[in-house]
Structure formats: structure tokens, C-alpha cells
Write a protein that binds this ligand. Sequence first.
Ligand code: ZN
Length: 240
Amino acid sequence: MMEKHMTWSLFETLVTELARSGRVHDFMQSPKRRNFVLLRHDVDFSIERNAHMLGIERKHEVQATYCFLIDSPSYNPLSAEVQSLFRDIVSAKCHIGLHYRYNDNLDPEENSAAITRQLKTLSDIAGTTVDRFSFHCPSKKALNAKIAIPNAANCYGPEFFSFYPDEKVPQNPPVKYIADSNYSFPWGFPDHETLEAHDKIQVLIHADNIVDDEQPKSKNRDALLREKLKHITRDLNSMY
Ligand SMILES: [Zn+2]
């Protein structure tokens, strides 16, 4: 497992490289292509950090997909700050996706029905068509279920993701998946060499896991909590 973790300056280097390569395509167009990089962000916790990330992508004109939970205890899709982020994502020609909590106790059909409902709800809340979804902390069951929803892209579908249940990922999978997982990149860091080595790639980066260059990653959890505390304190101060 590689120890290299993402910092904001490394993220900007990645976005610059992607912009120069011209290889970033959207989930809806990529299945027809022989060469693409899909850039995805799952919004698990921090809205401020995802807004900062979008600012970097907007500057370099790189289009990513931001997947949102509608049942997060940490942010509210109807709040002013998330509504503002939705508008900024659309105006930056990026895309909004659903980040769905797959329920292992339901069968795939029931999960599919729930995803369809949540796609509609998020479309209404975001004021734009939400036509793609990813899974939050996907279990093997979720990845194995091969959920297919008409007119919506499953970011873990076979066109975008190669699943290896035994976790031994071959050197050249049909789609190379690069993702941050608890500050490390178990399937390779998205640097120039790795991006050049594969024709089809999906990159997942969580803004929550990106740290300032001078900040140790051990302090990141506290920094994330401080952000939420700031919002809750502001809310309380407005009342008392
Ligand atoms: Zn998640």
C-alpha cells in the first residue's frame, strides 16, 4: 500500500495534468470512448472543502462529478451552503450525482427502487437532472449487485469500474480505478506515470481527505470537526 497522500498542491498538479491531457470525459459519454479519465468526488462530510476543490477545477476547466448523500448527518442538501455549491457545480459544467448508502439487508431490486427515488429527490432539490450514482463505503454485496437504472450511470458499473472480489487487481484491468482510501491510494497514486499507463481510468478523490501541505494528516480530523462546529455555533448564536 502506498503511503503517499493527497495535498492541495498535489491535487492542483493532478488537475493541471488532466486539463493538459484533454482526457477527462463525462460518465454519460465515456462508454463509447477507448480512452478516458473520469473524475469523481464523493461528498461525505465537508461542503467547504468540496467548494474549494471545485474552484481549482473551474480554474483549469476540468469537469468532475460530485456525488451527494441525501441522508447525511453532516450536511443538509437544502441548506444555503449546499444549494450554493449545487449552483456552482452546474455553472462550472460539472455534474451532480447521488451518493447512495447501499442497504445490504435489502435485495438489489429494493435498492434499485430506493436509488430511483433518491435520484428524483436529489434532482428536485438540486434543480437539475441527477443521472448518476455512486455508493457510500460500498460493501462487496453492493459492488456485486450490478445495479442498472435506466438513464442513470452506476459509477461502479462495468463500463467505469472493474471489480475484483478477491482484491487482487491485475496490472491492466479494463478500467483502472484510482481512489483514496483513508489517506492512501491502495491501487496507485494518480501521478503522470500512472495516468499514462492506462487507457480507461476512473479517479475518486474525497475533498475530506486532502490536507494542507504544511498540515500533518493526523490533524485533519480535528480540522474537519472545527468546520462543522463553526456552523453549529453560528446557528446557536443566531438564536441565543
Ligand atoms: Zn462516501
